[in-house]
Write a protein that binds this ligand. Structure first.
Ligand SMILES: [Zn+2]
Ligand SMILES: [Zn+2]
Length: 188
């Protein structure tokens, strides 16, 4: 299912795909926010590894495509200024993170732990905190890769995104969690 970079939500209503040749950075993020979002959506299908890490493939949104069930797309923010965290509204499967506007074309597709087809994990980031025993690696490389891809996207005019309307608004109105909701889902 994943070797061809096609993904499905847990209830199978939604299917999405990342272009086979899309360049990107395969990393694991251990930050508390990623864990909070995953735990808020559904503890049972939170796509976290045993250390609470989220496996992510950072690439350009132009390489990301919804195949079916797009009407179920939903999005939350942990706070009024947080990242847009896109998920399958039908069942709570996390899908991807983007910035709040399409100005900087960036998407972090959330992968089930151990997904193949994206090359080796080259960075472990935000380990300080809940995964303090894991050494952070590859951070600078990941940042440089993002900036390089964004620059190229600007130069080549590859700035499309399935997450934003032409006027720059998110295609779905984000749900902003209350502090109570956020705190209840925080990792301990
Ligand atoms: Zn679903
Ligand atoms: Zn994170």
């Amino acid at each position: 299912m994943t070797g061809d970079r096609t993904h499905m939500c847990t209830c199978a209503k939604m299917r999405w795909r990342i272009a086979a040749d899309a360049p990107g950075t395969h990393l694991v993020c251990y930050c508390a926010d990623c864990q909070t979002a995953a735990r808020f959506l559904d503890h049972r299908i939170a796509r976290l590894d045993s250390e609470g890490g989220s496996e992510i493939f950072q690439t350009l949104p132009a390489h990301f495509e919804f195949e079916t069930g797009r009407e179920n797309l939903a999005v939350l923010r942990l706070s009024p200024k947080g990242l847009l965290r896109w998920y399958a509204g039908c069942c709570g499967t996390p899908i991807a993170n983007t910035l709040a506007t399409p100005t900087l074309p960036f998407v972090g597709a959330i992968l089930p732990p151990g997904t193949e087809g994206y090359g080796p994990v080259t960075a472990l980031v935000n380990t300080v905190g809940t995964a303090g025993h894991i050494r952070e690696t590859g951070v600078l490389g990941a940042h440089l890769s993002i900036m390089g891809r964004i620059l190229r996207a600007w130069l080549l005019g590859k700035r499309g995104s399935p997450f934003f309307a032409p006027d720059g608004a998110p295609v779905v109105q984000p749900r902003i969690l209350t502090p109570q909701e956020r705190n209840a889902a925080r990792p301990t």
